[in-house]
Design a protein around this ligand. Structure first.
Ligand code: 2AM
Ligand code: CA
Length: 264
């Protein structure tokens, strides 16, 4: 039997330690490299933080599998058993340029079912945490179940990339949505955008391409507060692949699907 309480206590301790190390790095010179394109950045702290967690997990739970953004984990081909999905720093560009608006994101799944989710806003020392069936919390304080809101009164996280001509989709439906909602926001960190929906300070979040480590923990958090997490077609997310993303409060999800996303 998996001892989830023990895992939870350990993860929270490791997050504190990793957070301390990242905050200390603010005064040091970062080693910055590019990955898939000139704006896809990675630093020595992304790599060191992922290696820190992988070492701890392998020491304590050798039979668990790990998918990590920086590739120090396992080559994951299935979601069988206990699987940790880790983004050591989500929002790396913000980390480098702003020293805020980035997070450590960890989702722990058992046979594909999300059990524990952690999104740690390191700069603000704010930990969003959810355990399946037991609720979601911000620094230990329970988050409320999400209440309905109309599209016209909603604040949606949406990156301007998707409102101009781009190679992934016709921007017209999202332009129409952006003109209808009360406001749009763009934080540059998918994990925190999920966390803000869970906390009820954003009503929804739409983006065209995220990897499993960007949304794994966020999916667990948002679902625990009653929010809906799908791709842009309204289908469940695939945890082993990149996905389009549409996260929203329950009634709002249906309304936006029907009014704006039918032809996307
Ligand atoms: P990262 O900082 O961990 O790379 C920025 O809008 C958000 O999208 C961040 O959460 C960022 O995660 C993620 N992101 C950036 N480039 C991406 C890519 N090529 N594929 C998927 N997600 C990406
Ligand atoms: Ca990252």
């Amino acid at each position: 039997m998996t001892n989830w309480n023990e895992i939870d206590a350990k993860v929270k301790q490791w997050l504190r330690e990793a957070g301390d190390n990242i905050r200390k790095s603010f005064t040091e010179t970062l080693d910055i490299q590019t990955k898939s394109n000139p704006n896809d950045l990675v630093t020595n702290m992304d790599k060191a933080t992922e290696q820190f967690f992988i070492e701890k997990i392998k020491q304590n739970y050798p039979d668990h599998s790990i998918l990590g953004e920086e590739g120090f984990g396992d080559k994951l081909e299935s979601l069988d058993g206990v699987v940790w999905i880790i983004d050591p720093i989500d929002g790396t560009m913000n980390f480098i340029y702003q020293q805020r608006h980035f997070a450590i994101s960890i989702g722990i799944f058992e046979n594909g079912i999300g059990r524990l989710g952690y999104i740690y806003d390191v700069a603000h020392d704010e930990l969003y945490f959810a355990e399946k069936g037991k609720g979601a919390f911000l620094n230990g304080k329970p988050l409320k179940k999400l209440a309905p809101v109309k599209v016209e009164e909603a604040i949606i996280a949406l990156n301007s990339t998707w409102l101009v001509q781009n190679r992934r989709m016709d921007p017209k439906p999202l332009i129409s949505l952006a003109q209808t909602v009360r406001g749009t926001r763009s934080y540059g960190t998918a994990a925190l955008e999920f966390a803000y929906v869970a906390a009820g300070i954003l009503d929804g979040y739409i983006t065209m391409r995220l990897s499993p480590w960007d949304f794994a923990a966020g999916k667990i958090l948002v679902e625990e507060t009653g929010g809906i997490v799908t791709n842009l077609k309204g289908e469940p997310l695939n945890l082993l692949e990149n996905n389009t993303i549409f996260v929203a409060k329950p009634g709002l999800h249906t309304e936006i699907m029907e009014r704006f996303l039918q032809n996307i």
